[in-house]
Design a binder for this molecule. Structure first.
Ligand code: ADP
Length: 576
């Protein structure tokens, strides 16, 4: 439930004459491709707006297609304040409506002042558990705490919920899951998942924390499936560094699948989710127990007292260039980030002020294949997990495509131009769903020249000025490996797909800062530890803000496992 309510004032309607009802389409470009609306005008006044096409993020842009749309209709104007945090999508809707009005020769009302009324939040309130940060970890913690009988509040500093959990591919690594059984994948175990995670992080993760994560992965996945209602596909991904295909894929292959369902689950339980509320300070009593949170909204200070405990679920600091530079200068200004702007690391700083210990802060991960323009993760890179090959500007492979993210990123950074290309064909597109599920990206990347669909390898090579013969030779060699099942060049751990038939897709990618492995030191009960490794009373943490799980390198799809497992543990423990 969002405590912020917006009401719209009535405004003067001025319209030129239009004699009868008509519906006209208008289009404008949003954050993820075209937004098309069908606007019905009657007597020169907007009567209805149907959104015919939109690939905007369903959570981030939700208010654009509800509150803003209503305001446009009620005020007969498209000159209205944008929804904060969703400016690009807001402008797309307004401009599409304006285009439709122009086509219909309708003059809309001029700029309208929309009055907002914010429901009063008491300056001091008391809950059992206060959760900071409404990403996957925060939602899991808040819902679990509520179900354990606690009175809970969830604070989120941004205008919309979801954090990085929302924009992630949201795959979840779970050994022994139901899809493995369906597909006949044998030989996986909690122990193997444990070994992979420890090895993948060069044994810098805390073995007890990791063990508890892998042991609770299946119960956590069943909880999100059966209690929260997240739907999963009947297929799995084989992420780099895992020795088995074990990563569950939500139906839409994005975090919106989780965050939408979490929002509904929180609303059903009457958990207040207060957006635009930035936690700034942990409140301690005389004995040093954390007993609440001080936060601000629009410059006004609020106190949320916590009778049982505070859970920090504020995510990492990948979007904080200054902090990145301080802890590891290599990952400073030279990299863009895949993260949402909210990933600033203040959860770590707040906890440090009450004596919390941090671990592994210098360990920062880049995601190897990101949009060279924005730094955002390329979700179409799902194709890589089903056989897309990586080639450099010279048309040659240079790394095993299912290697760890750090290894692939480093390899890309030593190629010409510090970028590379991924190439795949229709078989891989079908198996991975990379094209079908990420149409928005396909549209945007095609327009920006980052992605090209080609009927032939010649076309694919020529588009990016890769030497044709070199690319052909690479593909022929891969086709040979596909036949024998053995990659003699880079020891590909899966079986290659034959790439002799098109159509082909080829996209350019660069590494971009994706995950901050370090953070607060926790124990397996999600308690935040002090300098002497003793729990700080009243304080728990879960998710990317913690630093005890992933070591030097987080394996793909272990983040969702971590945030759900430890969110639930924190919610349960803080409620005791
Ligand atoms: P995780 O994957 O660990 O759940 P996310 O990045 O998905 O992390 O979510 C963390 C959330 O915490 C984001 O929505 C972010 O905006 C929010 N957040 C970060 N700092 C604060 C803060 N000081 N007060 C309130 N919310 C915060």
């Amino acid at each position: 439930m969002n405590l912020k309510k917006i009401i719209f004032s009535t405004a003067l309607v001025s319209a030129t004459f239009a004699s009868m009802a008509m519906t006209v389409e208008g289009t404008s470009v949003g954050k993820h491709g075209d937004v098309t609306v069908a606007v019905t005008f009657d007597q020169g006044v907007i009567k209805n707006i149907d959104v015919v096409k939109s690939n905007e993020n369903p959570v981030l842009a939700a208010k654009v297609f509800t509150d803003l749309k209503t305001a446009i209709i009620e005020n007969n104007s498209a000159d209205i304040d944008s929804i904060s945090g969703a400016t690009v999508s807001s402008n797309a809707l307004k401009n599409a409506v304006k285009q439709a009005a122009k086509k219909a020769s309708v003059t809309l009302a001029d700029s309208v002042v929309v009055t907002k009324r914010v429901q009063t939040i008491p300056q001091n309130s008391t809950y059992d558990v206060v959760v900071i940060g409404a990403g996957g970890a925060g939602f899991s913690a808040a819902i679990t705490a509520k179900d354990a009988g606690s009175n809970v509040v969830l604070l989120e500093k941004m205008p919309t919920v979801g954090g990085n959990s929302l924009v992630s591919g949201a795959e979840m690594a779970v050994a022994g899951n139901w899809v493995q059984k369906k597909l006949g994948i044998e030989g996986d175990s909690v122990e193997l998942h444990f070994q992979d995670t420890m090895k993948g992080g060069d044994y810098r993760g805390d073995p007890q924390v990791v063990r508890k994560m892998v042991e609770n992965a299946l119960p956590a996945a069943l909880w999100v499936r059966d209690e929260i209602g997240v739907e999963f596909r009947d297929s799995l991904f084989f992420f780099g560094g895992h020795s088995k295909k074990r990563s569950l894929i939500p139906a839409g292959a994005t975090g919106a699948d989780f965050i939408q369902k979490f929002s509904v689950a929180a609303a059903k339980r009457d958990i207040p989710v207060i957006t635009n509320m930035q936690a700034e300070k942990l409140i301690q009593n005389e004995q040093g127990r954390v007993v609440g949170v001080q936060a601000t909204q629009n410059g006004k200070i609020y106190r949320f007292e916590a009778k049982k405990g505070v859970i920090i679920a504020t995510g990492g600091f990948a979007a904080n260039v200054e902090m990145r530079t301080k802890v590891n200068p290599f990952y400073g200004v030279n990299f863009k980030t895949t993260n949402m702007p909210g990933a600033q690391g203040e959860g770590i700083m707040m906890a440090e002020k009450v004596g919390a210990k941090t671990v592994n802060l210098e360990l920062i991960q880049t995601y190897p294949m990101c949009d060279p323009n924005s730094g955002a993760i390329e979700l179409i890179d799902d194709a890589r997990f089903e056989g897309a090959i990586l080639v450099n500007q010279e048309g040659k492979r240079f790394v095993e495509e299912l290697e760890r993210r750090d290894v692939i990123s480093k390899a890309i950074l030593s190629q010409t131009g510090k970028y590379c290309y991924a190439l795949f064909n229709g078989t891989i597109a079908e198996r991975s769903g990379a094209i079908e599920h990420h149409q928005d990206e396909v549209e945007v990347f095609t327009k920006s020249g980052t992605l090209h669909k080609a009927e032939t390898l010649e076309d694919a090579a020529n588009f990016f000025k890769i030497p044709v013969e070199a690319l052909k030779k690479t593909v022929e060699r891969v086709n040979g490996f596909a036949k024998t099942g053995k990659d003699l060049d880079f020891n590909y751990r899966n079986r290659f797909v034959d790439l002799s038939t098109g159509p082909y897709w080829i996209y350019r990618g660069v590494p971009s800062v994706h995950h901050t492995m370090g953070g607060l030191k926790i124990n397996p009960n999600a308690q935040v530890l002090d300098q002497n490794d003793q729990p700080i009373p009243g304080l728990w943490a879960a998710g990317e803000v913690t630093g005890s799980t992933h070591g030097t390198n987080r394996l793909g799809s272990n983040a969702y496992t971590d945030i759900i497992v430890y969110g639930r543990i924190a919610g349960e423990e803080a409620s005791k």
